[in-house]
Design a protein around this ligand. Sequence first.
Ligand code: FCB
Length: 457
Amino acid sequence: MTAVPTRSTLPAGFRWSAATSAFQIEGSRDADGRGRSIWDDFLEAPGAIVDGSTADPACDSYRHPEVDVALAAGLGLDRYRFSLPWARVQPEGRGVGNSAALDHYSRLVDLLLDAGVVPFPTLYHWEMPSIVEADGGWLSRDTAERFADYVGVVADRLGDRVAHWYTLNEPAMTTLQGYAVGALAPGRQLLFDALPTVHHQLLAHARASQVLRDRGAAQVGLVNNHTWVLPRHDTAEDRQAAAVYDTLHNRVFTEPLLAGAYPDLEAFGLPPMPVQDGDLAAIAASIDFYGINFYNPTTVTAADAASPIPFDIVPTPGAPVTGFGPEWPIMPSALHDLLIDLHARHPNLPPVIIGENGASFPEPDHAGRIDDTDRIGYLAGHIAAVGEAIDAGVPVEEYTVWSLLDNWEWADGYTQRFGLVHVDFETGRRTPKASYDWYRDLIAATRPAVVTKGSTR
Ligand code: FCB
């Protein structure tokens, strides 16, 4: 197993977190006047969810937030990453907030603060109100303004106690999986016609960032999914295919955020972004940190000439895999390499936060104690990779495990368990796994030694 970093290799003040998202844990989809979201629509399509499940009751967290807070506090986390669903706050996709929903999240924030854990909410973890999607969703520029309006409603209620915010979760997945190929909500299959959703999401993030800063936020960023792209063969064709995929997955987001311009899309025969005056300046000035979710590298090869897209994603040779099989190869060095590469491209990189990292492995539905050494190995390897990137000068300040809890894994329903804590979805019973204890002990070991009165150390 790769060496686990201790306080000698991670800088003082390095922060530890764990994450969840609302739709994946909350259940109670009809509670308190919640509006419909694109995930309520998507999960009803025949065959859309592999086990035919709905996200209700999931972990039943809407009714019992205090149970999750106790588990987060028990780890000794610095921060807890959770999300607010737009369709609970604005059931009609606009207007004054739903007070019952806002009361709920206000209570969650208070529970966290009382437990000594800093609340670190995400304002959009993929749950577009259906009514906003019907007006064009992320294909429409106006959605950026509507999102900023929603963010203002949340900030007016929570901004007195919440200082750190993620705006959007994984805009790359929304564009690629949600609008280009349709594997996630809203299930559109627009291929390259999905590209305007990149710009409209970045614009929404930038508008939201302004709203949050105007209300005194200390730290605003977004968190994107990143992959490290490997050509399958060392040929010009596969290298070109890798460059196109890297551009679509990673660089259409990093370059406007970190360097104020889109990559040259026309060089790859891709359509330009619908940029208007002032957009790029607003986007470039919008982040106080850059969030990276990392799970796996992606190996690509050139596609047949007849294919509508120029690359095929293929298994990564020689890599062990997670519960998703060859789709999710395990390669911690890929996280190290992408952090080093990002820093080399953007030497003035703002603080980096690893906003998600983790793995699913096959585990029983009804558990007692689970000795998940495979998950511990995955996490230890990736944390060590982060430690090495920090040693090489990459300004990573925080690491987040996905996930605190087993939960409803989108189109994979209840079939993929990512939690540090096992959840029995029939009874709601939570059982910490061996990885929970391991992460708690790692966090404790990286804290500066506490000097107590009379102590000589
Ligand atoms: C990420 C999502 C998160 C979870 C993990 C496994 O892409 O942000 O909600 O599904 O994958």
